[in-house]
Design a protein around this ligand. Sequence first.
Ligand code: ZN
Ligand code: CU
Length: 469
Amino acid sequence: MEKNCDILIKGGTVFDGSGTPGVAADVAVEGKLITAVGDLADWTAREIVDVAGKAVAPGFIDAHTHDDLAVIEQPELRYKVCQGVTTVVVGNCGLSPAPLGPRQEDIAPFTIFRGKDASPGGAPRYPTFGAYLDGIKHAQPWVHVVTLVGHNTLRAAVMDDLFRPANGDEISAMQAHVEEAMSAGADGFSTGLAYPPGLPAPTEEVIALAEVTASHGGIYCTHMRDEGLGLLDSIDETLDIGRRAKLSVVISHHKCSGKVAWGLSKQTLPRIDEGAKTQEVHFDLYPYTASSTGLMADWVEEAERVMIAGSEPVPEAAGRDLAELAAEWGCTVPEAVERLHPARAIYFKMDEADLERILAHPRCMIGSDGLPGDRHPHPRLWGTFPRVLGRYVRERGVIDLATAVHKMTGLTARVFGLERRGILAPGNIADVVVFDPETVIDRADYENPVRLPDGIERVIIGGEVRYEH
Ligand code: ZN
Ligand code: CU
């Protein structure tokens, strides 16, 4: 074997992504690939990087993102790459940028695609999923992109009235869109059944589309109908869809939302384990007790506190407390919501004990759910991965380092069927992150959400060094 390579990462502790404990090993990168892992003391390289005392892991896979347009508009995706992320899954929560028409414009959840820099005409629209995938290819994003086609988007594309179940013709039209998306290269299908455009859809409608997805070997990811008191019913519905459509399911951002639902994870996790005996089911989580999405009056009520992440008519409201704004304006909270629309918000409404219980479960992957378009985004956009490694591994000891890396790499690659990624081994794509387990931490918080993390030292994507701290 030739003992020469492009980049030699020497002297670190390798966490290979499989969940097994770290081992002292060197890593050789040649071109786009990892060519050797082990004691490479007698190797030479164009560039030798000494990483003594540091951890070396496969590039992190963000299991749940809304980077759909960001990968095209800002291909360097700085807020993710700085965290060690080298692959993102887009098209979540039933929202994809294709097939997208003008009618979606004013529906609250779709505003997550409209950033602060969005042109007056709104975000670019892709009439077919194939056109969107071409857009990604053309933009050459640094990260690898895994795509899902969204149910809410499909409903808006084919239905004149979103607030009822789809009829037979509309289901056929949506099936044709799923067929087009999957044939063009989508990896799966997603729903956002909690959002107004998805809520009226009966389970059968979802199954009809999931079946088309399954026929292409795709996956089903769902922001479930109810993440509050109806959480267990929602899990049953999700498992039912997976069983009947015969595909692997992912419960998005698993949480117990609203004080009345706190503690329900003690029941949801055994319920999921029960399902897992006969079908493929996993979930993802972001390590925060506040959620973030479009600003909607109904959702404001169940939160302890609401912070504005971005508002188109009132940009200066970003970062402000909603109740304070209403008081300042001398209006009711619903009136303030109306004035701010279209807007996004941060809702404080989960409990730390549920978060830690969910994170520790072996079927839990890490997904940021970050919203890149906001002026004052939820800190998960810049902080998720270092926060898991710093706060939940080092400080709180909820999981160990090898397990945390597995939840960001090998597990996620297996669930989404990603070949040659997620495991640091010869022959795989050279997506590699070097970090310091003693210092890694998020620095983005609710007050200052746009901050680089500490301790992520070097990120290599497909053999290219893309970030150095
Ligand atoms: Zn969601
Ligand atoms: Cu989401």
